[in-house]
Design a protein around this ligand. Sequence first.
Ligand SMILES: [Fe+2]
Length: 195
Amino acid sequence: MPDMPMTRNDAVEFLKGMDQQPADMNHYLETEAIMKALARRFGEDSEYWGMLGLLHDVDWASTRDDIKGHCIKAAEILGQKGFDEKFIQIVQSHGYAHEEIPALKDKQRTEKIEHALIAAETLTGIIYAYALMKGKKISNMEVKGLEKKFKDKSFAAKCNRELVKEIEKTGLTLNELFELSINALKEIKGDIGLE
Ligand SMILES: [Fe+2]
């Protein structure tokens, strides 16, 4: 199990100290929760997977208006914090094949943990939009409803369904991901402004 240079609390405080839009922290916490649940499902290190989820967009404050540096600037920030190359590479992998990031455009995700991260972080947007539609409520959300929203490409249209489908490369089905993610977010609903 790799040693982490920061505690989870330090990481949260570090993120809070950055220039944020209100939805940003929700997205980090949601991605963390889903990654931890995926790690548990796979028998992997949930602290490590959780930290990747929490910090995957660590450079967002400085790259949201200049997307070509997204995931590039992250390497610098995480390196300064003492994260190792492997951790940084996995964070960067969520920008692989992204048309607007020239340095990563030609790279492909190959590892289970990489597919898990991109699927998890992309799915958060659809689940959150669905919860908002249901009056900020996730406690009664079901897989079937999410499945419908997923199939309706006009709903949360910016969330790329193909990226969520990468979960299938880990051996999980989409529905398994939906169920595990809804349950993971139900557990942190109070922290992300839902009920
Ligand atoms: Fe993200």
